[in-house]
Design a protein around this ligand. Structure first.
Ligand code: IMP
Ligand code: MG
Length: 185
């Protein structure tokens, strides 16, 4: 059977693989060990920033062996496609108080730094016992505001990437690896 035109266009946009499933798995195992050692039995609250970090959260939480609760917050910083709006919108807030928690923010990627700078301040003002940030990817050279995550699994160059939770116009989140997005085809 011939491929549907949508499928052809969809596949053409998936560029070079930047990070394989195996590499992700390996780094998550190490990150889980680091986080578990850092808290050393103390319970933590993982806060995933949706939607991009849903896949990372699912794998990371299973690599951690201290008592661990999970929560979600949804923020938008992109209008559409690959263009940043520069504004952060909390679309869905946490459903709980965090004053009794060691909070770890789980993010897919730090790009300009705006989203995390904003969310780190917002959650920090709610007075958790402690607050740390772990990100799967860090595009350091794109930083517009100063922000350094406590733990970053991969540093990547200035490419727009898709997969493993990261999207372009809501698609490609289900790719099991990280690929470059072909803007021009
Ligand atoms: P920042 O506020 O510019 O740091 O942007 C962070 C958010 O933009 C991330 O949480 C992602 O949702 C999105 N983003 C930034 N770079 C990429 C990318 O290369 N691919 C997909 N989403 C991205
Ligand atoms: Mg995100």
């Amino acid at each position: 059977m011939e491929k549907h035109a949508n499928q052809i266009e969809y596949e053409k946009r998936i560029g070079r693989t930047l990070i394989t499933e195996e590499q992700i798995k390996e780094e998550i195992k190490k990150a889980g060990e680091k986080i578990s050692a850092l808290y050393d039995g103390r319970p933590i609250l993982l806060v995933a920033i949706l939607k991009g970090s849903f896949v990372f959260m699912a794998d990371l939480c299973r690599a951690i062996n201290v008592p661990c609760e999970i929560a979600f917050m949804c923020a938008q910083s992109y209008f559409s496609g690959t263009e940043s709006s520069g504004k952060v919108n909390v679309v869905m807030d946490l459903d709980r108080d965090v004053t009794k928690n060691h909070v770890v923010i789980v993010e897919d990627i730090v790009d300009t730094g705006r989203t995390l700078k904003y969310l780190h301040k917002l959650i920090g003002e709610r007075n958790p016992i402690s607050l740390h940030v772990v990100t799967l990817l860090d595009k350091k050279e794109r930083r517009v505001v100063e922000f350094t995550p406590d733990l970053s699994l991969f540093e990547i160059p200035d490419y727009f990437v898709i997969g493993y939770g990261l999207d372009c116009d809501e698609k490609y989140r289900n790719l099991p690896y990280i690929a470059e997005y072909n803007i021009n085809i």
